[in-house]
Design a protein around this ligand. Sequence first.
Ligand code: NAD
Length: 485
Amino acid sequence: MRETLPFPTHELLIAGRWREAGSGQRLPLMNPSDGSTLAEIARGNAEDVDAAVQAAQAARAGEWGRLTAAERGRLLMAMGRAVLERVDELARLEALDVGKPLRQGRADAVALARYLEFYGGAADKVSGETIPYLNGYTALTWREPHGVTGHVVPWNYPMQIIGRSVGAALAMGNACVLKPAEEACLTALAIGRIAQQCGLPAGALNIVPGLGEEAGAALTAHAGVQHLSFTGSVATGRLVQAAAAKHTVPVTLELGGKSPQIVFADAELDAALPFLVNAGIQNAGQTCSAGSRILVERSRFDEVVERLAQRVRVLKVGPALADLDLGPLISKRQHEIVSHYLGLARDTGLSVAAQGEIVDSAPAGGFYVRPTLVAAVPAAHALAQEEIFGPVQVVIAFDDEADALRIANGTPYGLVAGVWTRDGSRALRMARALRCGQVFINNYGAGGGVELPFGGVGASGHGREKGFEALYGFSALKTVAILHG
Ligand code: NAD
């Protein structure tokens, strides 16, 4: 892969063959750094999805289904190595397509490689158990793949999300149909090429780009799919769950969040500050697990706001290839959403404590916003309740542990939380009482942790990806009881 998208980006991958969408239609892909058209992608539709599902079924019945767990693992590890050899190329594709600074693209590519290594290594280590049962019986369990798994992926972290969901599904022996986001699918297509180069059997991974309401809806409603994994917005997640219900298909939903980072007065502030800011600006705040609410104990509120503001003021925003602190947002629509919230902050009299700067060289056609810290936000305000999905962090004061918990748990979401304190007992009490899927104590791992099970409660979704837990999600347990006397 060279700098100039050397592969035909308008093709989809079905049964090991690259071809145009059956309809011949294409969609433009935009470069968010300058608003230019970057490439054309295939506009896959229901017929393409149907062909992809059939290809996956054939792969399960054929060469892919006959591989041992160790052989599947070896293929995934080979893919992981191949990704590591192409980190810079993949990072560049992701920078052009998603608008993320190159170093973030590199980190995503390395994470993709880690997922493939992790799940490659785990493929032959998932075993069942024998269960003490009635006299004269032997009872045992094992895990089986679901069959065909559907993966609907958003635009914010294509490589990481494909790594964690497709990687785990393949490790367990499923055959996958992947629907990348229409806003960003170049690395998904590149992963398809890498898989082929590494010898992944035809049909084990099929990739159908297209619109959500066409290819996405067709995949989630398809009767031949036995498991669905969706990452994206709450509204679409609900549609996906409803579509899956028609065929009683299990769904993993990884939706948004409004994750709190809670700073107690005894926190080691020097250590906390870089985490607090980075968790809000990483990927220009377009991160489901962004630490977008900073809760600070009142006695140190002014000091913490001032020190956060110092860091936010010096942040630089510019084109992805300039590799600054932040790139542009993904699209005009996302820019409008974030601008709406910034306008709301102004109109409702909130105090903007600091904003970063858009560099002069940023092209006028790009979707840039200034990272913004809004201080003293009431916990019930829309900016403190709704997922903005941009580089906007709110700071909220709290009085004591109970107050912190009430505010932290006081949104419909529950994905991640961070707790900063030197009091170990308090840290554990908070970890127990926080309503979310992951808690970080004296650190914050927005999106990080290949090994760490990840997922939410409430509006943040259900089911777990990452870590070993994902392997259980991408397989079904079978119990066998044998009467032998
Ligand atoms: P979205 O949920 O609409 O899209 C995510 C994926 O779902 C894309 O691949 C899309 O094509 C597909 N999709 C859309 N409609 C579908 C349907 N009816 N059936 C099946 N698949 C469908 O998200 P978006 O429009 O790209 O972003 C809107 C908001 O979602 C953002 O502002 C943000 O708040 C949130 N979001 C969250 C995440 C996350 O990681 N949790 C990622 C992206 C966006």
